[in-house]
Design a protein around this ligand. Structure first.
Ligand code: SAM
Ligand code: DTB
Ligand code: SF4
Length: 369
């Protein structure tokens, strides 16, 4: 029998930004007939985004493995034997080379990730230099370095870091089954420091950790009820890593993953929802349904941090089949940024109040005729 919630009325959802979602409402969205959920998500998506443009970020691991945290899904945790090749903080020049290549291939954002609990005082000058130099190449910058103090967030913001990625990973209720070395509140605190520093927030989670639908709803509720929605919401599908406690975790059903993307889109209409890790194991049709559900960002490039991503050529082919274009920095500017720039232009072109330039005035009216 079809559930009693009908989704034809989308009028309340296309232009409302809410921060007071209740678990029951979210679960009701999850329980909609699939087509109704997709229609509602696509309607919200179209009201807020170009439905045929996808933002592309490229990842680079700047410090790999030997992490003191015990995240049960992670290849980089020092608690598990994952046979990962560890690497100390890499040289700034190597980062710049990789960023240059990513830019040439069409990526607009460069995300640098380190397997740290949090950066140390000694690490900071290097990461600040990386931000500064990648930024001056004309790319958006993103980092994920673990927990940040308010001061560290400030200094990254001052260096020009655009986004900071820090995931909540799952619901508060399920969290302790996955990570014990860092609390949920620690994560919320870092997100607060990032927001207060003025950087944009990238925060999402992982599906397929053995969590329930209620946990997926709980994760989205946490994200959407933050004071401001994260500008970027990565939704990762667990990449099973040999040697971790989740290596043999049962596969999450594909439609449940797509439903989660759709519910995220409805709850956070203006955010970029990123179809993140796990894409390599998804066929073209599954990825297309994720885009239809409102995902409008991907990691582009052959590697994520320590695992393989979809081959670039395959992404190009899929985009061509779907008529999707990569979002450029120019088209990604917000209305307020554009308005501010227009106002500046208008003000710069204001005629001097004490004389009237008849020649120019006439000329432009001819041109406009
Ligand atoms: N060490 C930092 C931290 O955890 O805050 C940053 C790097 S960490 C790899 C960033 C995120 O990647 C994690 O929070 C998790 O959501 C995701 N991730 C890590 N390993 C994953 C895996 N095997 N499958 C899917 N997502 C994963
Ligand atoms: C995020 O949410 N996913 C990215 C990024 N933020 C840093 C990381 C995915 C890691 C996938 C497993 C790996 O390559 O180690
Ligand atoms: Fe360390 Fe981040 Fe991996 Fe957790 S997810 S073990 S904090 S690198």
């Amino acid at each position: 029998m079809a559930p009693s919630v009908r989704s034809n009325d989308v009028s309340n959802n296309t232009d409302t930004i809410r921060h007071n979602w209740r678990k029951q409402e979210i679960e009701a969205l999850f329980a909609l007939p699939f087509n109704d959920l997709m229609f509602q998500a696509q309607t919200v998506h179209r009201a807020n985004h170009n439905p045929n443009a996808v933002q592309m970020s490229t990842l680079l691991s700047i410090k790999t493995g030997a992490c003191p945290e015990d995240c049960k899904y992670c290849s980089q945790s020092g608690h598990y034997n994952t046979e990962l090749e560890k690497e100390k903080l890499i040289e700034v020049e190597k980062v710049l080379q990789e960023a240059r290549t990513a830019k040439e291939k069409g990526s607009t954002r460069f995300c640098m990730g380190a397997a740290w609990r949090s950066p140390t005082k000694k690490d900071m000058p290097y990461v600040l230099k990386m931000v500064n130099e990648v930024k001056s190449m004309g790319m958006e910058t993103c980092m994920t370095l673990g927990m940040l103090s308010p001061e560290q967030a400030e200094s990254l913001a001052d260096a020009g870091l655009d986004y900071y990625n820090h995931n909540l990973d799952t619901s508060p209720e399920y969290y302790n089954s996955i990570i014990t070395t860092r609390s949920y509140q620690d994560r919320l605190d870092t997100l607060k420091h990032v927001r207060e520093s003025g950087m944009k927030v990238c925060a999402g989670g992982i599906l397929g950790l053995g969590e329930s639908r209620e946990d997926r709803a709980g994760l989205l509720m946490q994200l959407a009820n933050l004071e401001h929605h994260p500008e970027s919401v990565p939704v990762n599908m667990l990449v099973k890593i040999k040697g971790t406690p989740l290596e043999a975790e049962e596969e999450l059903e594909s439609f449940e993953f797509i439903r989660t993307i759709a519910v995220a889109r409805i709850m956070m209409p203006e955010s970029f929802v990123r179809l993140s890790a796990g894409r390599e194991a998804m066929n073209e049709q599954m990825q297309s349904l994720c885009f239809l559900a409102g995902a409008n960002s991907i990691f582009y490039g052959e590697r994520l941090l320590t695992t393989e991503n979809v081959e670039e050529d395959n992404d190009v082919v899929l985009f061509e089949k779907l008529g999707i274009v990569p979002l450029t920095l120019e088209t990604n500017r917000s209305d307020s940024e554009e308005e501010a720039e227009l106002m500046e232009e208008v003000q710069a072109n204001q005629p001097k109040p004490l004389y009237y330039d008849a020649m120019t005035a006439n000329k432009s009216s001819f041109e406009n005729a």
